[in-house]
Design a protein around this ligand. Structure first.
Ligand SMILES: Cc1cc2nc3c(=O)[nH]c(=O)nc-3n(C[C@H](O)[C@H](O)[C@H](O)COP(=O)(O)O)c2cc1C
Length: 144
């Protein structure tokens, strides 16, 4: 199994309706292909985590990268996933209000956009994966 975390810049102002439609379509597709993860949208940036069988993740990330509605800026891959981190979320849209820990997403965004260097936050990709996986344990306990 493989997990991918990426950040992208939206090419236009996404309305909440557009976002809901995107997540709904994504969720249907992902359910069909056994893909799980989440999508966070804030300040014109998407932060998405997807996980599943390597071959289906490779196809999906290729499709997502070609999507003209956004531009992917930074991608991290984890090839060695043993178990799913978000087994029940075929594509869960995270809202800022849904979780107190969510400001962690902004830390991830800073890292992925290289702003952490400006803010003198020293993180490497191992730290980032640990943060994402830690979040998965909070979320199953708090949201669901
Ligand atoms: C930020 C973002 C995240 C997306 N995430 C998914 C996803 O998880 N699953 C999915 O099927 N499509 C996702 N899409 C939509 C795909 O890029 C694509 O539009 C959709 O799969 C339809 O592809 P097609 O036009 O080639 O049929 C996402 C699009 C954007 C902009």
């Amino acid at each position: 199994m493989k997990g991918i975390l990426y950040i992208s810049l939206a090419k236009h102002n996404f309305t909440s309706n557009e976002l809901d439609t995107l997540v709904c379509n994504a969720s249907n597709y992902n359910q069909k292909y056994g893909i799980t993860g989440y999508l966070y949208f804030e300040k014109g940036y998407f932060l998405q985590y997807i996980e599943g069988e390597e071959s289906v993740i490779d196809v999906l990330i290729h499709t997502i990268q070609k999507d003209p509605r956004h531009e992917v800026i930074n991608i991290l891959e984890d090839q060695d996933i043993i178990a799913r981190r978000f087994p029940t979320w075929h594509m869960h849209q995270l809202a800022k209000s849904s979780l107190i820990q969510l400001n962690i997403e902004n830390i991830l965004m800073d890292y992925m956009t290289n702003d952490s260097k400006q803010n003198n936050i020293l993180l490497n990709s191992d730290h980032i994966w640990r943060i994402v996986y830690k979040l998965s344990t909070y979320r199953t306990e708090i949201i669901l």
